[in-house]
Design a binder for this molecule. Structure first.
Ligand SMILES: Cc1cc2nc3c(=O)[nH]c(=O)nc-3n(C[C@H](O)[C@H](O)[C@H](O)COP(=O)(O)OP(=O)(O)OC[C@H]3O[C@@H](n4cnc5c(N)ncnc54)[C@H](O)[C@@H]3O)c2cc1C
Length: 456
């Protein structure tokens, strides 16, 4: 009998892989993590420009009901701070720039009522979705046949209402709205508690940022088992035999009893499985692209817009601009940082230009919004995970029409001793870091229970 070199192989050292490893480590189960990149964090990536200045180029916010994230902060003594959210917000709608307070932009009364009714409708529909089985809702097959875009168009009686809800949803889902089904949108909303929760800063998913950057949490979690992470080791092939599995990365072959896969869907599709994955999982993977979003940071020597009572937040329907802008300055306000999201087709267009043009384009917008002082940044940096071979896009995988009804929970179902984690396998906070952590922990728990059962 061949002795396995390790009980579990985890593929990917993003939050999901690290969370799974943490649970296995605590349970005393041997494991190894194979990571394609030369760093941990995956879609979370904190880049330090200097000792007192860092940017979260990937995931950065946490908010209420993301209980595991707050527990991890507590466990490792990592501090977080309130996202700056005081003062006037800006709406750039059909060429007109105006200011407003709170979360609902200033529009004509009919559009405002329409927007409120539409948001409440989405909220009501999402509330009835069972996140473990979205396909089980009585109207699931109808909702799965239409795109989110078609639904919003049908229910928007004015152009302004449509444009505002469109930009809001693009920022939540990081895609063009015809790329996802209405059913997936409702599942995603319910999975993240509510639409209010996904949109809001206060009491919402954007409430807190991590001192030192989000990657610091993953680093702290991984510290006790860092030597068990093998970097620059993309997994190419997994052979599942009767009793054991063989994981192949380049020249290396490792025998193991269980594998946890945490990679994004398009990269899962690239791994060669012998025997192949189930037909349902393969079919789902054939049509499971990633969202497209770029984060663009304009860095100033101070957050000058706060002097003029601006929050730094912008919502814009102008296709040449960022959909949304946020104040991403450090907790102490030592520097001023405005971060713009460019999403979907706007992101494709933006990143087809060279860096100088991208900077000029953003500077031009920020000057319109915040005045002449915006013309003098100390630095501009942007980043898109669509260009990253080990992410292929962000924030998460996109589930198109028909997929939930047809393939149901095929993505997260274990196949033999192959276990599927990553945020795309999450039912709660799907698409978010919290979801990645929960899915990783669930996979580790499953394996632990199996081992316990086998040892009886
Ligand atoms: C711009 C942006 C903003 C975001 N904002 C937020 C936010 O504010 N809050 C929030 O909660 N979420 C946010 N998200 C989403 C969040 O970052 C992700 O949901 C989460 O990080 C996913 O973690 P994961 O472990 O599931 O996957 P990943 O982080 O993608 O980890 C998978 C790992 O697998 C590795 N890998 C891939 N293929 C292979 C292979 N063949 N072999 C070995 N290794 C492989 C990858 O290198 C990667 O490290 C954002 C994402 C982006 C990009």
């Amino acid at each position: 009998m061949k002795i396995p070199s390790t009980e579990v192989i985890i593929v990917g050292a993003g939050f999901s892989g690290i969370a799974a490893a943490k649970k296995l480590h605590e349970a005393g189960i041997s494991f190894k993590i194979l990571e394609a990149r030369d760093r941990i964090g995956g879609r979370v990536y904190t880049r330090y420009l200097q000792e007192d200045l860092y940017l979260d180029l990937g995931g950065q916010w946490i908010g209420p009901t993301q209980d595991r994230m707050y527990e991890l902060c507590k466990e490792y003594g990592i501090s977080y701070f309130e996202t700056f959210d005081e003062g006037k917000n800006i709406l750039n709608l059909r060429g007109k720039i105006r200011t407003y307070k709170g979360i609902i932009p200033k529009m004509d009364p009919i559009s405002l009522i329409n927007l409120d009714i539409l948001m409440r409708k989405l909220e009501r529909m999402a509330k009835k979705i069972d996140v473990h089985a979205p396909w089980a809702h009585p109207k699931a097959s109808t909702w799965d046949q239409i795109t989110l875009e078609a639904f919003l168009r049908k229910n928007s009686k004015t152009k302004s209402c449509y444009e505002v809800i469109k930009v809001g949803c693009e920022t939540i889902f990081a895609c063009e709205l015809h790329e996802i089904s209405l059913l997936h949108s409702l599942f995603y909303i319910r999975s993240g508690t509510s639409l209010d929760s996904l949109i809001n800063i206060q009491e919402g998913a954007q409430q807190h940022r991590i001192i030192g950057g989000m990657q610091g949490i993953a680093e702290a979690m991984a510290a006790p088992f860092r030597d068990q992470i093998q970097f620059e080791s993309p997994v190419d092939k997994i052979i599942q035999g009767a009793n054991q599995l063989q994981v192949i990365s380049g020249e290396q072959q490792i025998d193991t009893n269980h594998v946890i896969l945490t990679v994004p869907p398009p990269l899962l599709k690239k791994i060669h499985f012998e025997p192949g994955l189930s037909e349902e999982k393969n079919k789902l993977l054939e049509n499971y692209p990633m969202g497209r979003v770029g984060k663009c940071f304009m860095i100033y020597d101070r957050p000058f817009w706060r002097d003029k009572q601006f929050s730094g937040q912008v919502v814009s329907d102008d296709p040449r601009s960022h959909q949304t802008v946020f104040d991403c300055s450090p907790a102490d306000g030592k520097y001023g940082i405005l971060m713009g999201f460019t999403i979907g087709n706007r992101a494709d267009d933006y990143f087809s230009k060279n860096e100088e043009s991208r900077k000029a384009q953003m500077l031009n917008q920020l000057t319109q919004y915040f005045g002449e002082e915006a013309k003098n940044p100390i630095r501009y940096i942007d980043f898109s995970m669509s260009d990253e071979p080990w992410s292929k896009g962000c924030y998460a995988g996109l589930i198109p029409t028909g997929a939930w009804s047809t393939w149901r929970d095929a993505y997260r179902k274990s196949e033999g001793n192959l276990h599927f984690a990553g945020t795309e396998a999450a039912t709660v906070w799907h698409g978010y870091i919290e979801g990645a952590v929960r899915a990783g922990e669930t996979a580790a728990l499953k394996i632990n229970q199996k081992i316990q059962k086998e040892s009886l």
